[in-house]
Write a protein that binds this ligand. Structure first.
Ligand code: SF4
Ligand code: SF4
Length: 359
């Protein structure tokens, strides 16, 4: 049987508030089984609150609507992210939203529970205390591109957002996507000059990449006159496998049916909100999806974002996109379906989905 994905489209029929996305979001929430599930339960709303001067996170109006509903349904909600620094600049304040806004690992970053996995160098899943101890979680995600995994949605919101820096670091360490051949390098420095993200440098004569900043744009690879730099696709696979493993480990701490997923496919930018900047949307806004199946909602979200819809000026000037695959693969050189395949292999849901349009 196909997994149900509720869908509220941005498409509208008339110039009436009731035809627009906030009103549809109300109807979408009413169409879920959340009212029964969250009643009386401490409910973590995990979202990405953005950084610095980024402004394309989920608009506070929608968060307010969600919190109002949760309170009306008798839940005890709070909003949480790995850091709440600067959240108020985007309007995420307790006064307006009507609930606490807390750091997932507590104010001192020491509130977490250690779990163990064994995948190459990835060993420690430190689950954030405000996630682990929640009785219900709403994984509320802004869908966008991501340099390391192609697509950042519900899986990324958990794997990178519900853990400590140690766990994030171990997952990023799985990337290692660019290999450098010392014997071929003539130290012309073209690779460093070509990087727009200050992600590469030579340290003591050795080429090093800071994979947290690297967008896999492949500028360095392409400008190298001696083929000393090579992309290694296997490492993307490791990174995404690590993300799926981390997500499963976090989700295993919840009772069955105690997690729900909402993806906002609006302001779909090239990069993750952690960059602290906002670039123009890659494609026109699509709408909001919701499901109790993380695999289905991720698959439906990635499927809905199409290369054919690419908007002008949405990628950096001079960047040449690849010629094959999904938009995110052409942009970041990373195939976005791998993480979804890994989530499915981990038994977290099905890629077979059916839309239920609530518009
Ligand atoms: S792939 Fe792009 S972002 Fe990464 S190091 Fe090379 S030039 Fe910099
Ligand atoms: S562009 Fe290639 S040859 Fe030149 S310094 Fe970088 S890795 Fe070495």
């Amino acid at each position: 049987m196909k997994s149900k994905v509720l869908f509220a489209s941005v498409a509208y029929e008339r110039y009436e508030a009731d035809c627009t996305l906030p009103a549809k979001f109300d109807r979408l929430l009413e169409s879920t089984e959340l009212a029964e599930k969250v009643k009386g339960r401490h409910t973590a709303v995990k979202m990405h609150l953005g950084r610095n001067i980024g402004f394309t996170t989920i608009h506070p109006l929608f968060i307010k609507k969600l919190i109002d509903k949760l309170l009306a349904w008798g839940a005890k909600p709070y909003i949480t992210d790995q850091t709440t620094d600067g959240a108020r600049y985007r309007g995420y304040t307790e006064d307006f939203l009507g609930c606490k806004v807390v750091d997932t690992n507590g104010v001192l970053g020491k509130y977490y529970y250690e779990k163990y996995v064994d995948f190459k160098t990835f060993k420690n899943v430190d689950i954030s205390g405000h996630i682990h101890d929640a009785e219900f979680m709403i994984d509320l995600s802004h869908a966008k591109g991501h340099g390391a995994c192609g697509f950042g949605g519900a899986c990324k919101n958990i794997a990178m957002g519900c853990v400590t820096d140690r766990t994030r670091g171990q997952i990023h360490a799985l990337e290692g996507g660019i290999t450098w051949d010392e014997n071929k390098c003539i130290h012309c420095d073209q690779c460093v000059k070509s990087c727009n993200h200050y992600a590469n440098e030579f340290v003591d004569g050795k080429y090093e990449v800071n994979f947290h900043h690297c967008t896999y744009c492949q500028h360095c690879v392409k400008v190298c006159p001696n083929e000393a730099l090579v992309m290694d696709a296997n490492h993307y696979h490791d990174f995404q496998t690590g993300m799926a493993l981390c997500t499963k480990t976090v989700l295993d701490t919840f009772d069955k049916d105690s997690v729900y997923y909402i993806n906002f496919l609006t302001n779909i930018t090239a990069l993750c909100d952690c960059w602290g900047l906002s670039t123009p949307s890659l494609v026109p806004d699509i709408g909001i999806m919701a499901s109790s199946d993380i695999v289905a909602i991720e698959r439906a979200s990635v499927d809905a974002i199409k290369f054919e819809d690419l908007l002008p000026n949405s990628t950096p000037k001079g960047v040449e996109l690849g010629t094959k695959g999904h938009l995110f693969e052409r942009l970041h050189g990373v195939e976005p379906y791998t993480q979804i395949n890994e989530l499915e292999k981990a038994g977290l849901g099905s890629q077979e989905y059916a839309f239920e349009d609530i518009s």
